[in-house]
Design a protein around this ligand. Structure first.
Ligand code: ATP
Ligand code: MG
Length: 426
């Protein structure tokens, strides 16, 4: 079956539209949560349309209409297609519920779409307002006849048309549209609880963050840095990544955790190959404490099975046992190429590939173990002097910043928190 790809249509029908119809995704199935989800969606959509003062929102059961009132449809479609919970968007023409108006608007719509010769189509009319004098079937004929006459490129195929012109006749307006632009889908923001995400400066963890948010999780990010081994640029890169993520969330809370003391405590053990395992477990322990403090119920990482030594199944097993909280790994079965593709779409890729050192790359041993032994690791941790205190100190010394899409927040603004970190670095 050949249908007209949304990419080829996109933009064409927006030119003529004066409304956008936003459809919700799979969460509409969840009966009793529905109204809460829809309220969250409406709030998020309101936030997105704020920069367009003429736009007006109309909430209906299971959908939202955006009245454009002259605001740019194409630009708004692009922004709204990123809102979690919206499954598709149709640019809609709204006219008076009168036959001539409907036919006229349909002609104009198809003219904008400018179908190529051989395009099959059908009209799919629905009479919702029962006092309208023509029934749904009759409307299909009444609208398609003049279209066929005007556009020789069109022929009818009622079963699998390439182009479907939808007409919905309601009491106030008749809505006409022919395009279903796919949007991001998922669940509305924060409707599935809160988790702590371990955000490195790499490619994967920002994608894991986005994937979590798409499932309705609110995420707070936790980043470990190793002053003076990691640079100011490396820290800025993480802040910038959190800022890109905040475009999807409105605001992202970022905890910056000083990690040098913890890392150096492993240096004297003489077991370089276990370094990464020990560091990852320490990160999970600290993040678990932060999760308890912040009321989060899970941890999220950007791990993907087999990607590096610390992401073999035996490594994941030993690392994962450092926390009692559910450890979510949204990318665990994904291929790197697909993760990279997503990172590009989300807008984090270009930042992620900036070359600044991460705290783990610096301490990276020549041959990290792919098969750590849990008992040995636990023994090392139990015999490290003052280890528990160092972990607790790292939690205490964490600096928290709330990042917004258009702000320029940085820890520099948090004067009273700076003293708890390293002054000359911040
Ligand atoms: P990424 O691209 O997300 O860095 P990666 O494939 O490079 O992932 P690792 O560097 O081994 O893999 O890290 C695995 C996971 O551990 C990361 O996805 C991230 O969730 C977490 N992590 C690693 N380094 C840090 C850090 N400095 N701060 C916070 N979390 C980190
Ligand atoms: Mg990394």
């Amino acid at each position: 079956m050949k249908t007209i790809e949304p990419a080829r249509l996109a933009g064409k029908s927006t030119e003529y539209a004066d409304m956008l119809l936003l459809r919700f995704g799979e969460f509409t199935l969840k009966g009793k949560n529905r109204s809460r989800f829809e309220k969250t969606m409406l709030r998020h959509v309101k936030e997105i349309v704020k920069p367009y003062p003429m736009a007006r929102l109309i909430k209906e059961y299971g959908r939202i209409y955006v009245e454009l009132n002259g605001e740019p449809a194409g630009e708004m479609v692009e922004a709204l297609a990123k809102v979690f919970g919206i499954s598709s968007i149709s640019p809609v023409k709204a006219v008076k519920p009168e036959l001539e108006e409907i036919v006229e608007a349909s002609l104009r719509f198809i003219e904008k779409v400018n179908p190529e010769p051989g395009t099959t189509f059908k009209v799919n009319a629905r009479r919702v307002w029962k006092d309208f004098p023509h029934g749904s079937q009759e409307m299909n004929r009444l609208v398609s006849a003049p279209l066929l006459k005007t556009f020789p490129a069109l022929s009818v195929d009622v079963r699998t048309p390439m182009l479907e012109l939808r007409v919905e006749v309601r009491e106030q307006y008749a809505y006409i549209f022919c395009e279903n632009i796919p949007a991001v889908g998922g669940f509305p923001l924060g409707t599935n609880g809160k988790a702590m995400l371990l955000l490195s400066g790499g490619i994967d963890s920002p994608v894991a963050a986005w994937s979590s948010m798409r499932r309705g999780l609110e995420v707070e990010c936790v980043h470990f840095f190793s002053y003076p081994y990691t640079s100011r640029e490396a820290r800025q890169k993480v802040i910038d990544l959190a800022r890109v993520l905040s475009r999807y969330a409105g605001r992202i809370r970022l905890h910056l955790v000083p990690f040098t003391e913890v890392q150096t405590s492993f240096a004297g053990i003489g077991q370089d190959n276990l370094m990464i395992t020990l560091m990852r477990r320490a990160m999970l322990r600290i993040t678990t404490k932060l999760a308890e403090r912040e009321g989060a119920l899970a941890l999220v990482t950007g791990e993907s099975l087999g990607q590096v030594a610390s992401q073999t199944l035996p490594s994941m097993n030993v690392i994962g046992r450092a926390t009692d909280l559910p450890l979510l790994r949204p990318l665990v079965m994904m291929d790197k190429a697909d993760i990279v593709e997503l990172a590009k779409q989300i807008g984090t890729y270009d930042l992620s590939i900036l070359p600044y050192e991460d705290c783990c790359t610096l301490f990276m041993p020549k041959s990290p173990t792919t098969n750590p032994n849990l008992r040995i690791i636990e023994k090392i941790e139990a015999t490290l002097p003052g280890y528990a205190e160092r972990l607790a100190e790292a939690v205490e010394a964490a600096v928290t910043v709330d990042i917004t899409p258009y702000g320029n927040e940085s820890p520099d603004d948090e004067a009273d928190l700076i003293s708890s970190a390293k002054e000359d670095w911040f």
